[in-house]
Design a protein around this ligand. Structure first.
Ligand code: 4AD
Ligand code: MG
Length: 431
């Protein structure tokens, strides 16, 4: 059998080939019947001509329902009017399984109905495009770090040290040690690894028990984090804008058909070039107050604040040097204003908001210990982390980017739940 995927049809014009896949749609007009088959890489129009088929083959068409699985053999020929530019003149059909009453039809369904059937929804063309974009984004990420001499360090997902804030921890029993946590970040371990390798990154799931329903939060998300010894916060921002503009440009080049299928305005993505805008937290607060936000100096930016702020920009913006009390314990105190820390959040434009959290790390033993105590974190779990400030401490910085929020922005989606194959949220563990 000459099995060929739709995406490779252009190399097989005029050959007899077999396509394996699922029925997407069908229609007929008299003595010609059209079967639209999807094979995971594309759609092909299969043409049944009554005069050229046995009655048995011709009648198989009537049994076939949406999402039935099959193999179709026939002659491939270029046809500009067909979707994808080819059609398959059918010689024979091998039905593998008939799907009865496939629940997702080509009409519109509401989101909860679709999320309950996420295992099937993934087959639909919009979801298919989103997953291909996600795939490209992750490949571009790995390539970027590899090509720029970063070493991949896989950090643990079960941990005894709280990485961010105690309020969003998932807990689990861990043998005789009592409670362990699912990692919110790999950062603390990357800090150790950057003292061994210089430039490191990790890519894996992070867990946050987010007890609120928002369009930006998942309980489990995929997190790309990088850490570099001897980088200060400015070096760190240059790295981030370089990385983010690289992946956006790669996706806009390689996933044009998918972005078009999602009706994304690609010209906006093409504007994502370095340098990104830089705004201090102080200025952001003033700007927000001017447009009516009730934010006060000292508060973290709320989701609405981020939306308002980023609607005014076409490129991502860095908000720099937040108040220390709004941020995590490990951020380095700003020598110019000890009430603030050397950090930045990168906010995606068009209202999308935070996609990256970043900072220079506190590298002074006493100041770090003071912050751990101030936050009432279990000091005994941080001995190893404090060691890094005892044995050759150096300035170092890093960041974490949420893959789903980035996919959501690049695809122009309304909610982060469509950017991950099987979303985990406050009200969802199924499928
Ligand atoms: O800002 P966050 O909490 O920063 C950290 O975890 C640092 N330790 C990163 C570092 O410096 N190595 O999270 C980083 C990013 C956010 O900007 C956001 O994109 C994403 O992770 N994120 C979430 N994405 C989806 N659902 C959630 N509940 C998320 N929480 C954070
Ligand atoms: Mg953050």
């Amino acid at each position: 059998m000459n099995w060929v995927y739709v995406k490779y049809f252009k190399d097989h014009d005029g050959e007899e080939i077999t396509v394996r896949g699922w029925v997407y749609n069908k229609r007929e007009s008299g003595k010609i019947r059209f079967l639209i088959v999807r094979d995971g890489t594309g759609l092909v129009q299969c043409v049944l001509v009554k005069s050229e088929l046995t009655l048995e083959e011709w009648e198989k068409f009537s049994q076939l329902t949406q999402e039935s699985s099959l193999e179709v053999t026939g002659m491939l020929r270029a046809e500009v009017r067909a979707p994808g530019g080819f059609e398959l003149i059918v010689k024979s059909i091998n039905i593998i399984q008939i799907a009865i009453d496939y629940p997702i039809t080509l009409k519109e369904h509401n989101v909860d109905f679709l999320l309950d059937r996420r295992h099937l929804w993934l087959r639909s063309s919009r979801q298919h495009s989103i997953m291909l974009i996600r795939n490209e984004l992750i490949k571009a990420t790995r390539d970027y770090f590899y090509d720029n001499d970063f070493v991949l360090i896989d950090t643990p997902l079960i941990t005894g040290s709280i990485g961010e804030t105690a309020s969003t921890l998932f807990k689990t029993e861990y043998y005789d040690f009592g409670t362990a946590y699912l990692a919110q970040t790999g950062q603390l371990y990357l800090e150790a690894a950057c003292m061994a390798h210089g430039k490191v990154y990790c890519f894996g799931p992070s867990f946050r028990a987010e007890k609120s329903k928002t369009r930006r939060h998942l309980s489990e998300y995929w997190h790309v984090e990088a850490e570099v010894a001897f980088y200060d916060n400015n070096d760190n921002m240059r790295l981030q804008e370089n990385y983010v503009s690289h992946i956006v440009s790669r996706v806009s080049q390689k996933c044009r058909p998918q972005l078009e299928a999602l009706e994304r305005d690609i010209s906006l993505l093409e504007k994502v070039t370095t340098p990104f805008h830089r705004l201090s937290y102080d200025d952001a607060v003033i700007k927000l107050q001017q447009v009516g936000s009730d934010i006060k100096w000292g508060d973290d930016l709320g989701a609405d604040d981020e939306t308002i702020l980023t609607q005014q920009y076409e490129k991502p913006i860095f908000i720099m040097n937040y108040p220390s009390k709004a941020k995590a314990f490990y951020m380095k105190r700003n020598p110019d204003n000890p009430e603030t820390v050397l950090c930045s959040d990168m906010l995606a434009p068009e209202g999308y908001g935070e996609i990256v959290g970043a900072s220079q790390r506190e590298d002074d033993y006493d100041l770090l210990l003071h912050r751990i105590r101030e936050e009432k974190l279990p000091e005994e779990s941080y001995g190893w982390f404090l060691d890094l400030r005892k044995y050759g401490s150096v300035p170092h910085s890093g960041f974490g980017l949420g893959i789903e929020r980035t996919v959501t922005w690049i695809c122009g989606l309304k909610h982060v739940r469509e950017s991950i194959p099987f979303p985990r949220m406050l009200y969802r563990l199924y499928p």
